[in-house]
Design a protein around this ligand. Structure first.
Ligand SMILES: Cc1cc2nc3c(=O)[nH]c(=O)nc-3n(C[C@H](O)[C@H](O)[C@H](O)COP(=O)(O)O)c2cc1C
Length: 176
């Protein structure tokens, strides 16, 4: 049975990339996978900025403090959300962070299944980082950048995920 989830366990953060562009067909599939994510009240409040220009990738690697791998990555997808569009009329709550995180995870899983590699680079809730990314990519005021995905053909191999901890699973109630 476990082999059925092997492709999920295979997802690891990849930070070394070959100098090989990601084909447009694969970029389309990544966008399709991202937008297949679950979303509260099915609002789908996301936007994606696809960056492939070398100069922009290099500059992104400089303005984000933990994004040096963008100097090698050939693709960066910026996952953004529209908090207002995500706000429920009934509760007044906005689930844009949850919706966009689900989209980001779908994207990273699709990256793995298309023999690419990638890593999530956090932006929200760091307000300073949000502002820098918004200014650089001319993101309208109402839209918030959740995070970046640095993507490309992998130039490193990692073991499948070993994060599983049995003691973190609680049955029926938390105690016991
Ligand atoms: C919200 C979030 C923000 C992250 N930000 C960064 C980042 O800025 N730079 C980076 O190299 N990795 C970043 N990561 C990747 C984590 O470091 C990585 O997922 C973790 O070490 C577990 O490794 P794995 O993805 O290979 O299982 C981030 C991951 C998440 C979920």
């Amino acid at each position: 049975m476990e082999e059925k989830i092997n492709w999920i366990l295979k997802r690891r953060s990849i930070r070394k990339f070959l100098d090989k562009p990601v084909e447009e067909e694969k970029i389309d599939l990544l966008m399709k996978a991202a937008m297949a994510a679950p979303s509260a009240s099915n609002r789908q409040p996301w936007h994606f900025i696809v960056v492939t220009e070398r100069d922009k990738l290099d500059q992104l690697s400089e303005i984000h403090p933990y994004a040096k791998m963008l100097k090698e990555a050939t693709l960066c997808v910026v996952v953004c959300g529209d908090p207002e569009e995500a706000t429920s009329k009934n509760s007044g709550l906005s689930y844009w962070v949850q919706d966009c995180s689900a989209a980001m995870q779908n994207l990273l899983l699709a990256v793995t299944s298309l023999d690419l590699g990638g890593v999530w680079l956090g932006v929200h809730p760091n307000e300073e980082r949000e502002k820098i990314i918004k200014d650089f990519l001319k993101i309208p005021n109402r839209i918030r950048p959740l995070g970046l995905a640095a993507i490309g053909y992998p130039d490193e191999e990692k073991e499948a995920n070993t994060h599983y901890k049995k003691e973190r699973v609680h049955r029926e109630i938390f105690e016991g």
